[in-house]
Design a protein around this ligand. Structure first.
Ligand SMILES: Nc1ncnc2c1ncn2[C@@H]1O[C@H](COP(=O)(O)OP(=O)(O)OP(=O)(O)O)[C@@H](O)[C@H]1O
Ligand SMILES: Cc1ncc(CO)c(N)n1
Ligand SMILES: [Mg+2]
Length: 570
């Protein structure tokens, strides 16, 4: 089989909508599929083009799709944003790129204006000439398979017309219109002359339009909008201008009210309500919301669920970023990728994993802590004070909730001392407390899966008894291996002892740094390190530190002994 026309395949695909999710299959998706749930094609939806059905439009364009012959190629959902650049990068094109990246969608960009903008306001606007906007549109649309177009700042009616022409030539599945007019700082991004372009050209083509209170008011000739009821009436009146769906955003409602948006699909009203996050960092919420809606539509979502997901995403991002401080103005940007918060608390690890951290590796044990009536945090504090260079929490019997609380406290303690903290086995807890990594055994989560879940920066250690397991750990992207039990131990039942010979064989074969574990303490640590294999970086200790009354003293003793052992590299 080679190629066949889109409309031929459309009928067969419509009965299996799931098979069209770009993320769940390698199948190439026909341009224009998904209207049954999304909204209908741009032009099938347009009042100006009502006679032209979606399928005929596709056929007219002679759009072909590759069939299963070509299923090695992955189609990525694709949003094209046509918007202005914000030099402060909180709104506009920059927000759109970040939102799409965060939502796992490719985003191409056509820039309509360049603004000099920061958290104080808009200091300047330079409009891109219409023919150059047209050229950018052609470059992207003639080459790339765009699923959804999202518009933001459109500084002239001429640019609106250019978009109309481009979309006629290169139809897409859905059009999301954010009718940007005034920034929250009060600066004009598109003057009142744009209103005609919105009302007569863009809105009739739009699958959804997302005005904020001021923009809804302007579209309706200046009516006052203050209450949720006003928003409902506005949504209905704007719907009469032609868009399939309307979302009137309530970010600018009185600060005492919830963040309420009104969604109207022409039949039903939906009041989408979330608690209002108390923060100054709301610059770009509108652009982000519209991009996120576009991203979800590009993935194949229905309109209502796209809007719900987008609102929840904005709410989560605002909550996550409520305390970050960027710029000195009244309205700051927020963090689309949920990463910057770490920086505020100065809590990220400054460098990649350092194998010499394995030198004196303290592993906590819930039973021992209970036996000695000691909290996890007290155990960790004492071990660090005594010279532990890395800590692992191995709390097999703890309730998840208690464990998480303790782990969060231990992360703080370890960070303040520059010591990495790992969690045994529980990837979920490691993620939730933002630990530095995990240690997994042969029957726990495979290291490659843990790596996917944790990302490239976190430390992953794997328990290995054989050179084959050590090799697999390396293939799976682990950072170090723990080899043992070297000596018999009662912290692990039925654990086969590998002895010094086994440790040596594994260490010699391992491409990863090794820490020895199992029954090691002051009496035998020296013989372990004297094996002198360069990959062997240190010893991991449980009972010798924690099954003792004085953790601090025991750790100090062991640290001193290791320091005296001639083979270590410290
Ligand atoms: N403080 C807040 N807490 C929770 N949600 C909020 C808050 N402020 C805005 N939102 C939500 O963010 C989304 C965008 O709405 P908003 O009215 O702020 O758009 P906008 O004025 O176009 O944004 P901008 O011009 O800053 O890009 C809406 O879903 C709104 O409910
Ligand atoms: C470029 C640009 N687009 C949109 C907005 C609205 O937030 C803004 N402030 N700047
Ligand atoms: Mg706003």
């Amino acid at each position: 089989m080679g190629y066949c026309s889109c409309s031929q395949l459309l009928s067969s695909l419509i009965s299996f909508p799931k098979s069209c999710s770009p993320l769940s299959t390698t199948q190439v998706i026909p341009k224009g599929f998904g209207q049954s749930r999304v909204s209908g094609s741009l032009f099938a939806n347009s009042r100006m083009q009502q006679t032209m059905s979606f399928a005929t439009m596709q056929e007219d364009k002679g759009l072909l799709m590759k069939t299963s012959d070509d299923n090695s190629k992955l189609r990525i959902p694709h949003v094209l944003t046509v918007a202005g650049s914000d030099s402060g990068a909180g709104a506009g094109i920059q927000a759109d790129l970040k939102a799409c990246a965060a939502r796992g969608v490719y985003c191409s960009t056509v820039i309509t204006a360049v603004t000099a903008q920061n958290t104080v306001g808009v200091q300047g606007v330079d409009i891109v000439p219409e023919d150059f906007v047209a050229e950018q549109l052609k470059s992207v649309l003639s080459d790339m398979h765009v699923d959804v177009v999202k518009t933001g700042m459109l500084p002239s009616v001429g640019i609106v017309k250019v978009i109309l022409q481009s979309l006629k030539q290169f139809p897409v599945r859905a059009l999301v219109v954010d009718p940007v007019m005034v920034s929250t700082s009060g600066d004009v991004l598109a003057g009142p002359s744009i209103l005609g372009g919105f009302r007569e050209v863009l809105l009739p083509m739009a699958d959804i339009v997302t005005p904020n209170l001021k923009e809804a008011s302007a579209l309706l000739g200046g009516v006052q909008l203050e209450t949720v009821n006003d928003m409902r009436s506005a949504a209905k009146s704007i719907h009469d201008m032609g868009p399939r769906n309307v979302l009137v955003k309530g970010g600018d409602l009185a600060a005492s009210l919830d963040a309420v948006d009104i969604f109207f699909d022409g039949e039903n009203f939906y009041e989408l309500r979330s608690s209002r996050i108390e923060t100054r960092n709301t610059h770009g919420t509108g652009c982000t919301l519209a991009s996120c809606i576009a991203a979800e539509l590009a993935k194949g979502s229905s309109m209502l669920s796209a809007v719900k997901v987008a609102k929840r995403y904005v709410e989560t991002a605002l909550d996550y970023s409520k305390d970050i401080a960027i710029g000195n103005g009244l309205q700051g940007p927020f963090d689309h990728l949920f990463k910057l918060k770490h920086n505020i608390h100065n809590s990220w690890r400054p460098q990649a994993f350092d194998p010499s951290d394995l030198f004196l590796y303290a592993v906590t044990d819930s039973r021992m802590n209970k036996k000695w009536d000691r909290s996890i945090t007290d155990a960790v504090k004492a071990a660090i004070e005594g010279g532990a260079t890395i800590v692992q929490l191995r709390e097999k019997d703890a309730e998840t909730r208690d464990f998480l609380e303790a782990a969060k406290a231990c992360v703080e303690i370890c960070r303040s001392h520059g010591i990495p903290l790992l969690i045994n086995d529980r990837i979920d807890v490691a993620l939730a407390c933002d630990a530095d990594g995990v240690h997994v055994g042969q029957s726990d989560m495979p290291a490659n899966v843990a790596r996917t879940l944790l990302g490239p920066e976190k430390i992953i250690g794997v328990s290995c008894k054989t050179p084959e397991q050590a090799h697999q750990a390396w293939v799976d992207g682990a950072d170090y291996i723990g080899c043992g039990g070297v000596y018999p131990t009662n912290t692990k039942e039925n654990n086969i002892t590998v002895g010094l010979e086994g440790l040596k064989a594994v260490s010699l074969s391992s491409k990863l740094p090794v820490v020895a574990i199992g029954g090691i303490g002051v009496s035998n640590a020296r013989s372990v390190m004297e094996l002198g294999v360069p990959t062997l970086k240190g010893v991991a200790v449980v009972s010798a530190l924690f099954d003792r009354e004085l953790v601090l003293t025991e750790t100090r003793k062991l640290h001193a002994l290791l320091k005296e052992t001639p083979t270590h590299s410290n």
